[in-house]
Design a protein around this ligand. Structure first.
Ligand code: SF4
Ligand code: SF4
Length: 77
């Protein structure tokens, strides 16, 4: 998830994403930057974009874990 209002449009996250699922939006945010945006699919949850982003709070990475996998992890399987 990218917080548009915090993003400065530096594009570091776009260059760093190994699966190239980020780009810059065509519109401007409140600060006059084209904010980064997620294309909507293909993210692996690796977190690289989070670590390269210089703006605290601009990127939050959520990794979707299937309930079955969680149950297996809880059982120690
Ligand atoms: S967490 Fe997703 S969007 Fe971010 S660098 Fe990894 S694959 Fe790309
Ligand atoms: S690295 Fe951070 S500030 Fe730069 S474009 Fe990506 S989200 Fe915006």
């Amino acid at each position: 998830m990218i917080a548009e209002g915090v993003c400065k449009g530096c594009a570091l996250c776009i260059a760093a994403c190994p699966v190239k699922v980020l780009d810059l939006a065509g519109h401007l945010n409140l600060h006059g930057y084209h904010p980064a945006r997620y294309r909507g699919s293909g993210c692996t949850g690796c977190g690289i974009c989070f670590y390269v982003c210089p703006e605290p709070g601009a990127i939050t990475v959520y990794k979707i874990v299937e309930p079955k996998a969680l149950a297996e992890e809880a059982r120690g399987a």
